[in-house]
Design a protein around this ligand. Sequence first.
Ligand SMILES: Cc1cc2nc3c(=O)[nH]c(=O)nc-3n(C[C@H](O)[C@H](O)[C@H](O)COP(=O)(O)OP(=O)(O)OC[C@H]3O[C@@H](n4cnc5c(N)ncnc54)[C@H](O)[C@@H]3O)c2cc1C
Length: 414
Amino acid sequence: MVGGGLVGSACALAILRHGMSTLIVDSEIVDNASVARPASYGNAGHIALEQTTPLASQLVLRSAPFRLFAFGGPLDLRLRDIAAWGPWANRYLQACRPDATLAGTRALASLLAAAAAAWRRLVQDLGSPDLLIEHGHLVVWESAKTAARGRASWAAADTGAVGIRALSADERRTLQTQVARPLADGVAFEGTGQIADVSRLLETLDAVHRLHGGARRQGRVVAVGEVDGRPHLTLDDGSTLTPAVVVIAGGVGSGGLMRSAGHVAPVVAERGYHIEGPAGAWGDLPPVVFEDRAMIVTRFADRLRACSFAEFAHADSPADPRKWARLRRHAEALGLPLLSGETTTWMGARPTLPDYMPAIGRSRRIGGLIYAFGHQHLGLTLSAVTGELVADLALGRTPEIDLRPFDIARFERG
Ligand SMILES: Cc1cc2nc3c(=O)[nH]c(=O)nc-3n(C[C@H](O)[C@H](O)[C@H](O)COP(=O)(O)OP(=O)(O)OC[C@H]3O[C@@H](n4cnc5c(N)ncnc54)[C@H](O)[C@@H]3O)c2cc1C
């Protein structure tokens, strides 16, 4: 397994559970103080089953100018890094064709429909059912105008099996006791949820993987090739590995590895930021999306995390401190308890393909090579189901979900 983030860890455990031995190779040197750990560590913990329409759509494209960072929005296209995202953007424009968005919605819906049940199985297997909290999430607005627009937009959206209802009087009251500014309105989503604590989830995945004989080693894979009909990995220390099956699950790092194996894999770093501090008296609220501020706030145990931004940049470019400053201003304006004690900051990259669909499948170029990356904004939501699908592929079985729309070869066509 190349990559031990959420997707790689879920895949490794699922494969191990079917009797195959597993080794996770991950380049990360674990350092909790780092602001630049992978996306799996810094995300919002939201099981986002409502997001069935890929973000490659005419609607999202048309709204882009209004969502720019320069105008107070979350979207930033870093000009100095245009070489990293320019060619990707060309492909993105193609993927926004209405017929492509429709096909993507159908495909993504098939994964999302299986995601909740896969999560229930995974947390049971981990012996920690409390890691999954299926208490929905809330979306709120701070002005009557944005509330009317937001309600209409969600009413028109395809949210799959997820229902949307008005906030109850109790929810309104609880929210308003937590938030310093008057809220104009909000809606509650039913059928979604959160991971109770993303750090604990990753630690538990690692511990259970090791407990059942799985191995992990630190190292950067620099190339993927083929020797004697098997995948062949070269690591940065010059060592090599030639196992029967290799799974590329390296998040944004997967692009270079897939290219070294002869694939076209236009994955871009879509970077997000968070600030985190004490949860204080936040209570047991589910994740709350402050839609006017494009910010989601999630409680993880005794910490509260506020996440935002979609910054298209080179994966290794320095973080932009203006984003943390803006998150801090939002938290101040809303009176969130997270500023009442020690706060930490983080930045990390979503691995995003131009059509906002993951790549999951078997390589057509190298026997025994499997890939699972490009999960964009949905990597936490889809990691459990991806693990199950990849285990099927590793065992040579045909998965129940049609994986043709997720074939990486789709980028070889134009
Ligand atoms: C701010 C923010 C909020 C988010 N919120 C949510 C949310 O609420 N819900 C949701 O579903 N998703 C969310 N996401 C998206 C989600 O976090 C990602 O899609 C997911 O973490 C991707 O997981 P991954 O394992 O594919 O990649 P990563 O987390 O990037 O992990 C990849 C791993 O591979 C390793 N690696 C890379 N290259 C190599 C190499 N060459 N050799 C060895 N190892 C390598 C890395 O060290 C890393 O550990 C959010 C993302 C961001 C940025």
